[in-house]
Design a protein around this ligand. Structure first.
Ligand code: SF4
Length: 389
């Protein structure tokens, strides 16, 4: 039977909350291959895929898990994601993973990689250092060496040797996935009532655990079903860009609350690994060099990426313009240094263009949204009043 829109969204929601990784366990039973986890915000999944490995995006346990042991590893003034990651490791939820890659996002992730290595010494535990120098001869050489080293370690643990032709084929598969993601993000900008963010979010997030080919099929089906749904009509909501949620993800209830409070989220930072590269990676020539070049020269702007003096916030302003947004929600995890240190510069850039903004924080297990609902609702109302003045 052909899957309906509610059934597809339900399946995606279950996958997005599948922190016990039951779908990954089933995949491993079917294939007998390796599955390797990765923390936000970006890893080159093409390398894993070309080695026959399932890359599995880890984003904690949301509001579904009580943290008991994980809290003992971190100070109270640290974000929530590393606590729930440790909790999931200690309660066996991540046992099916053959290793975890920790990309250089912030000090918290760096420390988490060390804690992980001590707690699970038999598993692959790899810190992926990424360059903050974007010169091909400097950062490019460094990054290529990192990728080759990870590929070698995966091969030693049972993955296939990284071969150029296989990597080229994997790049093609991920290019297709990125094209679909971009298409959906564009459709949402054009008609956010057709693709509500709370729905699009779970459909995108399912891509963290599904094999990329299955995820692309889900994206295609969702695109067609959402566009064909004639019941979905525009409402008088304020168009906003949401920024700051690139690593620890907000609970789904928070996204729904913002939409119910009168906001159309027309651009956001959620699940950045899916759209970290702006365009296609070249499939001609040396595929590893192409992945490196794409990272150096075609990554999105992010608080975890070096950006020259005086340019912070410019891309946010550009996103506001391109999405025809009327305001910005700064929505960052509590104690997220990269997001919160960038925020004043981004706010100054918005102020320079008289773009309204408001700011609040969350953690992945935030359970009460009443205050945020009032704040976002007031913000949306005031935007509608200003824009009609
Ligand atoms: S939420 Fe922020 S501080 Fe916490 S691990 Fe992610 S980037 Fe680092």
């Amino acid at each position: 039977m052909t899957e309906t829109l509610p059934a597809l969204v339900q399946r995606a929601t279950e996958l997005s909350r599948d922190w016990r990784l039951s779908s990954v366990r089933a995949w491993k039973q079917r294939t007998g291959a390796l599955a390797i986890g990765y923390l936000p915000v970006y890893v080159p999944r093409e390398v894993f895929h070309a080695q026959g490995v399932l890359p599995v995006g880890l984003t904690g346990a949301g509001d579904d898990l009580e943290i008991i042991k994980g809290d003992a590893f971190y100070q109270s003034y640290i974000c929530h994601l590393p606590r729930s990651t440790i909790e999931l490791g200690l309660n066996g939820s991540l046992d099916c993973l053959d290793g975890i890659v920790f990309p250089a996002t912030c000090d918290v992730i760096r420390n988490l990689s060390g804690v992980w290595r001590m707690q699970f010494p038999s598993k692959m535990s790899r810190y992926l250092d990424v360059p903050q120098d974007f010169d091909r001869a400097m950062g490019g050489v460094f990054y290529r060496h990192e990728l080759e080293d990870i590929a070698r370690e995966i091969h030693e643990r049972g993955g296939r040797k990284l071969e150029a032709e296989a990597l080229r084929a994997s790049i093609r598969v991920y290019n297709e996935n990125r094209t679909l993601v971009r298409e959906l993000l564009t459709l949402r900008r054009e008609a956010p009532w057709k693709l509500p963010t709370a729905e699009l979010y779970v459909v995108l997030r399912a891509g963290l655990v599904l094999p990329v080919e299955e995820h692309s099929a889900m994206l295609r089906r969702y695109r067609d079903l959402a566009q064909a749904d004639a019941e979905r009509r525009p409402r008088d909501q304020a168009r906003v860009v949401l920024t700051g949620s690139f690593c620890e993800q907000p609970p789904l209830g928070l996204i729904k609350t913002l939409e119910r409070a009168g906001c159309y989220i027309v651009d956001d930072d959620f699940v950045p690994v899916l759209h970290w590269l702006r365009g296609d990676v070249c499939t001609e020539g040396d595929p590893l060099a192409n992945l490196v070049t794409a990272f150096l020269e075609d990554s999105i702007d992010s608080p975890v990426r070096y950006c020259g003096d005086g340019t912070k916030g410019q891309e946010l302003v550009q996103r506001v313009d391109e999405s025809k947004a009327e305001g910005v929600l700064f929505c960052a995890p509590s104690f997220c240094d990269p997001a919160l240190l960038d925020q004043p510069m981004a706010q100054a850039a918005l102020d320079g263009r008289a773009i309204p903004w408001t700011s609040f924080k969350y953690s992945e297990n935030t359970g009460q949204f009443h205050v945020i609902r009032e704040q976002a609702g007031t913000f949306a109302d005031s935007i509608k009043l200003w824009s009609e003045a």
